[in-house]
Design a protein around this ligand. Sequence first.
Ligand code: BG6
Ligand code: MG
Length: 212
Amino acid sequence: MGKYEAVIFDLDGVICHTDKYHYKAWKTIADRLGVYFDETINNRLRGVSRMESLDIVLERYEGTVTREEKERWAEEKNEIYRGLLGEMSTEDLSEEVASTLRELRAGGYRLAIGSSSKNAKFILSRIGLGDFFDAISDGNNISRSKPDPEVFVKAAEYLGIAPGNCLVVEDAQAGIQAAKAGGMDCAAIGDAAQCRIATYDLKRFQDLLEIV
Ligand code: BG6
Ligand code: MG
């Protein structure tokens, strides 16, 4: 083992890709409400909780909205989203991610999930990783979402590893800020690697093996 004892992975956009399902589900709600919604707006929802995502979707909504309506729309979005997640399978876990995770496990690293999603366990089971991780910290055990560090601090706690010995892997700017605020180094992948605020910028997932 090298610099770190544990790796904490964001789920959506890092381990697998659920953007298109979030997009379809939010688009259905937005269309119903007559609100403009596109993929650029959808990208702003990365790492953001479900209710905060709805607030972003409703930025262009004209008129007042009650809390009950918001809760209903978020619930409806989630029902559509979960229906779409049901289409996911082990095919949605890439060979690159699977083999990198196996190598990290063989190298003795403790591995955890740190995700804002309340559907994290369902997604992991769909892609065949239901029992793989040593700990899961997700939208169900936090009260503040990224960029607050709570989700990662809890993941480190569940693993029993000091934050300074954990590396976080993230695809969202809010997630990188969360890792830093929690005193953790962070590897950015995807669009987040363009922000240049992470400890490392990865071109490919398997580059992780070079930095741990
Ligand atoms: C994050 C996604 O992982 O989970 C966000 O990047 C999403 O886009 C958030 O809003 C909450 O997801 P869920 O599954 O609890 O609605
Ligand atoms: Mg993400």
